[in-house]
Design a protein around this ligand. Structure first.
Ligand SMILES: Nc1ncnc2c1ncn2[C@@H]1O[C@H](COP(=O)(O)OP(=O)(O)OP(=O)(O)O)[C@@H](O)[C@H]1O
Length: 363
């Protein structure tokens, strides 16, 4: 697949104010976004995500290195030659940035007016866009009368008006409630699938990446610390920051406090079994337990989706005679990840980082 955006050792330094230190907001990033994908950039506040994305449409200019967009290296371009590059890139924002004095249709028409489209062509294009984002009936309404989700739909329609090849979404769902977030994410997915537009999504929420991104870069201190297929990055996180995102978002693994409560309620051996596309599934778990004559009760956990593929874990109380439980645990270890928490009488030392409490299933 060809890359549509290439960061080549891109660095952006903001001069420190007064006698403050310079800020390396983007620090030597080399990265390719492939044409036609939804690419996520995830990181905590201040990691450099916004700056990285603003380098793509040259709202910020690199201090060193380069960013190549659609084959055009941006670092050496003057404002005039940047204009056509920018015209091929749409952008949406957390706070929508709509013009309060214009109607919905007026907002969407705005970039077309700037680009010199005739009134008749504008009207047809605006109607088509409002229809695509599902708010045709709001054409004459003013932004102040719209819900957050509707405002972002207008933002998306406006960003798509001049038929860009790339759409940049800077925390586009961070101001929305969870349900509206899912609607807007579904719309971004349609933008990608139906219009073939490459979408770059910046977020601090793993749920956003989990829902729609094909590939993801994890940022910290201006650097990309991990990049790859979203499923692989989140199912086997290699960096501490990635692990923190996975733990806070998926909440399928019991914390030590939860484990203590589980041990009070369940006397048997408690193990957490990884469930993913490659290794375990709940069917594998059931088969292994049956083969070893072990009873298993799911006491905690959950299976969700990352990049539309199954991912999670199940914490199970195992009860069986003789060495049956040992045998079952060994057989499970052969196919998937297993964290052995021991029994109430003989708890295993707490392994791994503490995760926030999630849902407990009660007997
Ligand atoms: N115009 C600017 N002048 C000075 N420093 C800046 C400027 N823009 C960003 N920074 C600094 O660069 C660093 C990265 O900021 P950036 O906004 O890119 O991070 P972010 O990951 O998008 O975080 P957030 O989600 O909080 O915006 C921060 O330390 C920020 O204070």
């Amino acid at each position: 697949m060809t890359s549509i955006i290439s960061f080549r050792d891109a660095t952006k330094v903001f001069p420190g104010r007064g006698r403050g230190q310079d800020v390396r907001a983007v620090d030597g990033v080399t990265l390719d976004v492939r044409a036609g994908e939804i690419f996520g950039v995830i990181g905590y506040s201040g990691a450099g995500k916004s700056t990285l994305v603003r380098l793509i449409n040259a709202l910020e200019r690199v201090t060193s290195g380069d960013v190549v967009v659609d084959g055009v290296p941006l670092a050496s371009l003057g404002e005039a030659r940047l204009r056509p590059v920018r015209a091929g890139i749409g952008m949406i924002f957390q706070q929508f940035n709509l013009l309060a004095s214009r109607t919905v249709a007026g907002n969407v028409a705005y970039p077309l007016e700037v680009a010199g489209w005739s009134r008749a062509r504008r009207a047809a294009r605006v109607a088509e866009l409002l229809d695509f984002v599902g708010i045709g009936e709001k054409a004459g309404a003013y932004p102040s009368t719209l819900s957050g989700g509707q405002k972002q739909r207008v933002g998306i329609a406006r960003a798509l008006a001049t038929e860009p090849r790339i759409l940049l979404a800077d925390e586009a769902t961070s101001a929305l409630d969870p349900e509206t977030t899912q609607d807007v994410l579904a719309l971004l997915q349609r933008v990608n699938r139906e219009l073939g537009i490459t979408v770059v999504v910046i977020t601090h929420e793993m749920d956003v990446v989990r829902s729609i991104c094909h590939r993801v870069a994890v940022m910290e201190h201006g650097q990309v610390v991990e990049v790859g297929d979203a499923y692989q990055v989140f199912s086997a996180p290699g960096h501490e920051v990635t692990r923190r995102f996975v733990e806070t978002a998926l909440r399928d693994r019991p914390s030590s406090a939860v484990l203590a409560r589980l041990r009070k309620r369940h006397a048997g051996r408690i193990v957490t079994v990884g469930v993913d596309e490659v290794a375990g599934s709940s069917a594998v778990l059931t088969r292994v337990l049956r083969e070893h004559g072990v009873d298993g009760t799911v006491v905690y956990g959950g299976i969700t989706e990352v990049a539309e593929r199954p991912y999670g874990s199940l914490t199970v109380e195992l009860v069986g005679g003789g060495g049956a439980v040992e045998g079952a645990v060994a057989a499970l270890r052969a196919v998937t990840s297993v964290a052995d928490h021991g029994t109430a009488a003989h708890p295993a030392p707490d392994a791994g980082p503490v995760t926030p409490p999630g849902k407990e299933t009660k007997r």
